[in-house]
Design a protein around this ligand. Sequence first.
Ligand code: AQP
Length: 336
Amino acid sequence: MTPIRKRVLSGIQPTAGSFHLGNYLGAVKNWVSMQDEHDAFYCVVDLHSLTVDPDPAELRTRTLSSIAQLLALGLDPETCTLFIQSHVAAHNQLAWVMECMTGFGEASRMTQFKDKSQKSGADRTVVGLFTYPILMAADILLYQSNYVPVGEDQRQHVELTRDLAQRFNSKYGQTFVIPEPFIMKAGAKIYDLQDPTSKMSKSTASLGGVIDLLDAPEINLKKIKSAVTDTEREVKFDEKNKAGISNLLTIHSSLSGSSIADLENEFAGKGYGDFKAAVAEVVIEYLRPVRERTQQLLTDPSHLQRILKTGAEKAAAVADATLAKTYESIGLVPRG
Ligand code: AQP
Protein backbone atom coordinates (compact mmCIF):
# COMPACT_ATOMS: atom_id res chain seq x y z
CA MET A 1 0.00 0.00 0.00
CA THR A 2 1.40 3.45 -0.89
CA PRO A 3 1.74 5.56 2.27
CA ILE A 4 -0.35 8.77 2.29
CA ARG A 5 1.96 11.66 1.51
CA LYS A 6 2.03 14.57 3.95
CA ARG A 7 0.57 17.81 2.64
CA VAL A 8 2.71 20.91 2.18
CA LEU A 9 1.62 24.49 1.44
CA SER A 10 3.64 27.65 0.96
CA GLY A 11 3.35 30.96 -0.85
CA ILE A 12 5.48 33.82 -2.08
CA GLN A 13 4.54 37.41 -2.91
CA PRO A 14 5.03 38.91 -6.38
CA THR A 15 6.31 42.14 -4.83
CA ALA A 16 9.35 42.60 -7.07
CA GLY A 17 10.55 41.88 -10.59
CA SER A 18 12.82 39.19 -9.19
CA PHE A 19 13.03 36.98 -6.12
CA HIS A 20 16.19 37.39 -4.06
CA LEU A 21 18.62 34.89 -2.56
CA GLY A 22 16.82 35.06 0.82
CA ASN A 23 13.55 33.95 -0.79
CA TYR A 24 15.34 31.10 -2.51
CA LEU A 25 17.56 29.84 0.32
CA GLY A 26 14.99 30.48 3.07
CA ALA A 27 11.97 29.04 1.30
CA VAL A 28 11.90 28.01 -2.36
CA LYS A 29 14.90 25.65 -2.11
CA ASN A 30 12.87 23.66 0.42
CA TRP A 31 9.79 23.81 -1.78
CA VAL A 32 11.77 22.10 -4.53
CA SER A 33 13.27 19.45 -2.27
CA MET A 34 9.89 18.64 -0.67
CA GLN A 35 7.83 18.29 -3.85
CA ASP A 36 8.71 14.65 -4.59
CA GLU A 37 7.97 13.16 -1.18
CA HIS A 38 4.96 15.33 -0.32
CA ASP A 39 1.62 16.37 -1.72
CA ALA A 40 2.79 19.93 -2.27
CA PHE A 41 0.72 23.05 -3.01
CA TYR A 42 2.65 26.22 -3.85
CA CYS A 43 1.16 29.56 -4.75
CA VAL A 44 2.07 33.08 -5.74
CA VAL A 45 0.17 35.13 -3.18
CA ASP A 46 -0.92 38.05 -5.32
CA LEU A 47 -3.68 39.06 -2.86
CA HIS A 48 -1.11 39.50 -0.09
CA SER A 49 0.92 41.77 -2.34
CA LEU A 50 -2.01 44.21 -2.63
CA THR A 51 -0.94 45.49 0.80
CA VAL A 52 1.84 47.44 -0.93
CA ASP A 53 -0.48 49.03 -3.51
CA PRO A 54 1.20 47.72 -6.67
CA ASP A 55 0.77 49.23 -10.10
CA PRO A 56 -1.72 46.94 -11.99
CA ALA A 57 0.46 46.34 -15.08
CA GLU A 58 3.48 45.71 -12.88
CA LEU A 59 1.53 43.29 -10.68
CA ARG A 60 0.50 41.23 -13.72
CA THR A 61 4.07 41.09 -15.04
CA ARG A 62 5.55 40.26 -11.65
CA THR A 63 3.02 37.52 -10.98
CA LEU A 64 3.83 35.74 -14.25
CA SER A 65 7.54 36.31 -13.71
CA SER A 66 7.20 34.76 -10.24
CA ILE A 67 5.62 31.65 -11.72
CA ALA A 68 8.38 31.44 -14.35
CA GLN A 69 11.08 31.80 -11.66
CA LEU A 70 9.52 29.05 -9.54
CA LEU A 71 9.54 26.71 -12.54
CA ALA A 72 13.11 27.73 -13.42
CA LEU A 73 14.20 27.04 -9.84
CA GLY A 74 12.95 23.48 -10.12
CA LEU A 75 9.23 23.23 -9.32
CA ASP A 76 7.65 20.60 -11.53
CA PRO A 77 3.95 21.22 -12.24
CA GLU A 78 3.51 17.50 -12.90
CA THR A 79 4.70 16.78 -9.36
CA CYS A 80 3.35 19.68 -7.29
CA THR A 81 0.31 21.94 -7.58
CA LEU A 82 1.38 25.43 -8.64
CA PHE A 83 -1.23 28.19 -8.73
CA ILE A 84 -2.06 31.84 -8.18
CA GLN A 85 -3.82 32.63 -4.88
CA SER A 86 -6.52 34.87 -6.42
CA HIS A 87 -7.56 32.01 -8.75
CA VAL A 88 -9.03 30.15 -5.76
CA ALA A 89 -11.83 32.21 -4.20
CA ALA A 90 -11.92 30.13 -1.01
CA HIS A 91 -8.79 31.91 0.29
CA ASN A 92 -10.68 35.16 0.93
CA GLN A 93 -13.75 33.32 2.14
CA LEU A 94 -11.93 31.34 4.82
CA ALA A 95 -9.88 34.42 5.73
CA TRP A 96 -13.06 36.21 6.85
CA VAL A 97 -14.04 33.29 9.10
CA MET A 98 -10.53 33.33 10.60
CA GLU A 99 -10.62 37.11 11.08
CA CYS A 100 -13.72 36.62 13.21
CA MET A 101 -11.76 34.23 15.42
CA THR A 102 -8.60 36.34 15.85
CA GLY A 103 -8.19 38.70 18.77
CA PHE A 104 -7.23 42.28 17.98
CA GLY A 105 -4.40 42.12 20.52
CA GLU A 106 -3.22 38.82 19.08
CA ALA A 107 -2.97 40.29 15.57
CA SER A 108 -1.30 43.43 16.95
CA ARG A 109 1.55 41.33 18.34
CA MET A 110 2.76 40.19 14.90
CA THR A 111 6.27 41.56 14.57
CA GLN A 112 6.17 41.84 10.77
CA PHE A 113 3.12 44.12 11.07
CA LYS A 114 4.80 46.15 13.80
CA ASP A 115 8.02 46.56 11.78
CA LYS A 116 6.36 47.41 8.48
CA SER A 117 3.70 49.72 9.95
CA GLN A 118 6.32 51.55 12.00
CA LYS A 119 8.35 52.15 8.85
CA SER A 120 5.44 53.63 6.88
CA GLY A 121 3.51 55.29 9.74
CA ALA A 122 -0.13 54.70 10.85
CA ASP A 123 -1.74 56.89 8.17
CA ARG A 124 -0.06 55.02 5.33
CA THR A 125 -0.57 51.54 6.80
CA VAL A 126 -3.50 49.66 5.29
CA VAL A 127 -5.81 47.32 7.21
CA GLY A 128 -4.75 44.54 4.82
CA LEU A 129 -1.26 44.63 6.31
CA PHE A 130 -2.82 44.03 9.73
CA THR A 131 -4.91 41.09 8.52
CA TYR A 132 -2.12 39.71 6.28
CA PRO A 133 -1.22 36.86 8.71
CA ILE A 134 -4.89 35.82 8.88
CA LEU A 135 -5.12 35.49 5.10
CA MET A 136 -1.92 33.46 5.34
CA ALA A 137 -3.58 31.24 7.97
CA ALA A 138 -6.49 30.68 5.57
CA ASP A 139 -4.02 29.76 2.77
CA ILE A 140 -2.45 27.10 4.98
CA LEU A 141 -5.59 25.68 6.63
CA LEU A 142 -7.58 25.34 3.39
CA TYR A 143 -5.16 22.64 2.20
CA GLN A 144 -5.06 20.73 5.52
CA SER A 145 -1.31 21.27 5.37
CA ASN A 146 1.03 19.31 7.62
CA TYR A 147 4.11 21.40 6.85
CA VAL A 148 4.73 25.00 5.85
CA PRO A 149 8.24 25.56 4.45
CA VAL A 150 9.10 29.21 5.17
CA GLY A 151 12.03 31.35 6.26
CA GLU A 152 12.58 32.13 9.94
CA ASP A 153 10.87 35.53 9.52
CA GLN A 154 7.51 33.79 8.95
CA ARG A 155 7.63 31.48 11.98
CA GLN A 156 5.33 33.72 14.07
CA HIS A 157 2.67 33.69 11.35
CA VAL A 158 2.65 29.89 11.26
CA GLU A 159 2.35 29.88 15.08
CA LEU A 160 -0.73 32.13 14.79
CA THR A 161 -2.16 29.72 12.21
CA ARG A 162 -1.69 26.83 14.62
CA ASP A 163 -3.44 28.76 17.41
CA LEU A 164 -6.39 29.60 15.16
CA ALA A 165 -6.73 26.00 13.95
CA GLN A 166 -6.63 24.66 17.51
CA ARG A 167 -9.18 27.25 18.64
CA PHE A 168 -11.51 26.40 15.78
CA ASN A 169 -11.19 22.63 16.30
CA SER A 170 -11.87 22.81 20.01
CA LYS A 171 -14.91 25.04 19.51
CA TYR A 172 -16.50 23.42 16.45
CA GLY A 173 -14.99 19.93 16.28
CA GLN A 174 -12.06 18.52 14.30
CA THR A 175 -11.92 20.52 11.05
CA PHE A 176 -8.31 21.56 10.39
CA VAL A 177 -4.97 19.77 10.43
CA ILE A 178 -2.59 21.62 12.78
CA PRO A 179 0.34 22.68 10.56
CA GLU A 180 4.01 22.81 11.53
CA PRO A 181 6.54 25.33 10.28
CA PHE A 182 9.32 23.64 8.30
CA ILE A 183 12.39 25.84 8.63
CA MET A 184 15.85 24.72 7.55
CA LYS A 185 18.71 25.69 9.83
CA ALA A 186 21.17 26.69 7.11
CA GLY A 187 19.91 29.58 5.01
CA ALA A 188 16.81 30.13 7.17
CA LYS A 189 17.67 33.80 7.27
CA ILE A 190 19.82 35.56 4.69
CA TYR A 191 20.90 39.06 5.58
CA ASP A 192 21.24 42.25 3.58
CA LEU A 193 24.80 42.56 2.22
CA GLN A 194 24.96 46.25 3.13
CA ASP A 195 23.33 45.83 6.55
CA PRO A 196 24.05 42.27 7.67
CA THR A 197 21.89 42.63 10.78
CA SER A 198 18.67 43.11 8.73
CA LYS A 199 17.07 40.41 6.61
CA MET A 200 17.50 40.58 2.85
CA SER A 201 14.14 41.91 1.66
CA LYS A 202 12.48 42.90 -1.60
CA SER A 203 11.15 46.07 -0.04
CA THR A 204 14.50 47.37 1.23
CA ALA A 205 14.94 50.98 0.17
CA SER A 206 18.53 50.57 -1.05
CA LEU A 207 18.92 47.49 -3.21
CA GLY A 208 22.72 47.35 -2.99
CA GLY A 209 22.46 44.64 -0.36
CA VAL A 210 19.92 42.42 -2.14
CA ILE A 211 21.03 39.68 -4.55
CA ASP A 212 18.26 39.32 -7.12
CA LEU A 213 18.02 35.98 -8.90
CA LEU A 214 17.45 37.64 -12.27
CA ASP A 215 20.16 40.29 -12.06
CA ALA A 216 23.02 40.27 -14.58
CA PRO A 217 26.29 38.64 -13.36
CA GLU A 218 28.15 42.01 -13.34
CA ILE A 219 25.57 43.47 -10.94
CA ASN A 220 25.79 40.53 -8.54
CA LEU A 221 29.59 40.64 -8.70
CA LYS A 222 29.59 44.33 -7.80
CA LYS A 223 27.16 43.84 -4.92
CA ILE A 224 29.11 40.95 -3.42
CA LYS A 225 32.44 42.78 -3.78
CA SER A 226 31.03 45.75 -1.91
CA ALA A 227 29.37 43.66 0.83
CA VAL A 228 29.95 45.08 4.31
CA THR A 229 32.38 42.95 6.37
CA ASP A 230 34.61 43.91 9.34
CA THR A 231 38.08 45.23 10.04
CA GLU A 232 39.65 41.80 10.60
CA ARG A 233 41.02 39.43 7.95
CA GLU A 234 39.79 36.05 9.13
CA VAL A 235 37.11 34.15 7.20
CA LYS A 236 35.29 32.65 10.17
CA PHE A 237 31.65 31.99 11.01
CA ASP A 238 30.74 34.22 13.96
CA GLU A 239 27.32 35.77 13.55
CA LYS A 240 27.70 38.06 16.55
CA ASN A 241 31.03 39.67 15.71
CA LYS A 242 31.35 38.97 11.98
CA ALA A 243 27.80 39.21 10.65
CA GLY A 244 28.79 40.11 7.07
CA ILE A 245 31.36 37.30 6.65
CA SER A 246 29.01 34.79 8.32
CA ASN A 247 26.23 35.74 5.89
CA LEU A 248 28.58 35.27 2.90
CA LEU A 249 29.72 31.91 4.31
CA THR A 250 26.06 30.82 4.60
CA ILE A 251 25.36 31.89 1.01
CA HIS A 252 28.44 30.09 -0.38
CA SER A 253 27.79 26.95 1.65
CA SER A 254 24.07 26.76 0.80
CA LEU A 255 24.72 27.08 -2.93
CA SER A 256 27.98 25.12 -3.31
CA GLY A 257 27.18 22.38 -0.79
CA SER A 258 30.62 22.85 0.90
CA SER A 259 30.44 22.87 4.69
CA ILE A 260 31.18 26.09 6.58
CA ALA A 261 34.16 24.36 8.26
CA ASP A 262 35.64 23.38 4.87
CA LEU A 263 35.21 26.94 3.61
CA GLU A 264 36.92 28.36 6.73
CA ASN A 265 39.87 26.01 6.06
CA GLU A 266 39.97 26.80 2.34
CA PHE A 267 40.15 30.54 2.99
CA ALA A 268 42.43 30.46 6.05
CA GLY A 269 45.20 33.02 5.55
CA LYS A 270 43.58 34.50 2.44
CA GLY A 271 42.04 37.98 2.39
CA TYR A 272 38.38 38.96 2.19
CA GLY A 273 38.90 39.93 -1.49
CA ASP A 274 39.63 36.31 -2.51
CA PHE A 275 36.73 35.04 -0.44
CA LYS A 276 34.27 37.53 -1.93
CA ALA A 277 35.42 36.63 -5.45
CA ALA A 278 34.74 32.96 -4.70
CA VAL A 279 31.28 33.74 -3.28
CA ALA A 280 30.48 35.81 -6.37
CA GLU A 281 31.53 32.99 -8.68
CA VAL A 282 29.36 30.45 -6.87
CA VAL A 283 26.34 32.80 -6.91
CA ILE A 284 26.76 33.78 -10.56
CA GLU A 285 27.18 30.21 -11.81
CA TYR A 286 24.25 28.98 -9.74
CA LEU A 287 21.93 31.71 -10.98
CA ARG A 288 22.97 31.73 -14.66
CA PRO A 289 20.71 28.81 -15.76
CA VAL A 290 17.87 30.07 -13.54
CA ARG A 291 17.90 33.45 -15.27
CA GLU A 292 18.11 31.92 -18.75
CA ARG A 293 15.29 29.44 -18.09
CA THR A 294 13.06 32.17 -16.62
CA GLN A 295 13.57 34.35 -19.70
CA GLN A 296 12.79 31.40 -21.94
CA LEU A 297 9.59 30.51 -20.03
CA LEU A 298 8.37 34.10 -20.23
CA THR A 299 8.47 33.96 -24.04
CA ASP A 300 5.51 31.53 -23.96
CA PRO A 301 2.76 32.97 -21.69
CA SER A 302 0.16 30.49 -22.96
CA HIS A 303 2.27 27.60 -21.64
CA LEU A 304 2.31 29.32 -18.22
CA GLN A 305 -1.46 29.91 -18.41
CA ARG A 306 -2.08 26.21 -19.05
CA ILE A 307 0.01 25.24 -16.02
CA LEU A 308 -1.87 27.80 -13.90
CA LYS A 309 -5.30 26.63 -15.05
CA THR A 310 -4.56 23.02 -14.09
CA GLY A 311 -3.03 24.19 -10.81
CA ALA A 312 -6.05 26.33 -9.90
CA GLU A 313 -8.46 23.47 -10.63
CA LYS A 314 -6.50 21.03 -8.46
CA ALA A 315 -6.16 23.59 -5.66
CA ALA A 316 -9.82 24.63 -5.75
CA ALA A 317 -10.99 21.01 -5.43
CA VAL A 318 -9.20 20.70 -2.07
CA ALA A 319 -9.88 24.26 -0.87
CA ASP A 320 -13.60 24.20 -1.66
CA ALA A 321 -14.09 20.97 0.29
CA THR A 322 -12.40 22.48 3.37
CA LEU A 323 -14.43 25.68 3.06
CA ALA A 324 -17.72 23.74 2.81
CA LYS A 325 -16.81 21.75 5.93
CA THR A 326 -15.89 24.96 7.78
CA TYR A 327 -19.11 26.75 6.80
CA GLU A 328 -21.12 23.76 7.93
CA SER A 329 -19.27 23.57 11.28
CA ILE A 330 -19.98 27.21 12.11
CA GLY A 331 -23.66 27.02 11.15
CA LEU A 332 -23.89 28.76 7.78
CA VAL A 333 -26.84 27.39 5.83
CA PRO A 334 -25.73 25.63 2.62
CA ARG A 335 -27.05 27.08 -0.65
CA GLY A 336 -28.47 23.68 -1.63
N1 AQP B 1 16.08 37.24 4.02
C1 AQP B 1 15.41 36.10 4.02
N2 AQP B 1 16.01 34.96 4.46
C2 AQP B 1 15.35 33.78 4.46
N3 AQP B 1 14.07 33.64 4.01
C3 AQP B 1 13.46 34.74 3.55
N4 AQP B 1 12.23 34.93 3.03
C4 AQP B 1 12.08 36.25 2.70
N5 AQP B 1 13.21 36.93 3.00
C5 AQP B 1 14.08 36.02 3.52
C6 AQP B 1 11.25 33.89 2.82
O1 AQP B 1 10.78 33.97 1.48
C7 AQP B 1 9.44 33.50 1.44
C8 AQP B 1 8.60 34.40 0.59
O2 AQP B 1 8.56 35.68 1.16
P1 AQP B 1 7.49 36.73 0.72
O3 AQP B 1 7.90 37.35 -0.55
O4 AQP B 1 6.16 36.14 0.69
O5 AQP B 1 7.47 37.76 1.89
P2 AQP B 1 8.56 38.33 2.81
O6 AQP B 1 8.96 37.35 3.87
O7 AQP B 1 7.98 39.59 3.34
O8 AQP B 1 9.81 38.57 1.85
P3 AQP B 1 10.49 39.91 1.47
O9 AQP B 1 11.55 39.67 0.50
O10 AQP B 1 10.89 40.65 2.70
O11 AQP B 1 9.32 40.64 0.72
P4 AQP B 1 8.65 42.03 0.96
O12 AQP B 1 9.77 43.00 1.00
O13 AQP B 1 7.76 42.17 -0.22
O14 AQP B 1 7.90 41.93 2.24
C9 AQP B 1 8.94 33.39 2.88
O15 AQP B 1 8.85 32.03 3.25
C10 AQP B 1 10.00 34.09 3.67
O16 AQP B 1 10.16 33.47 4.94
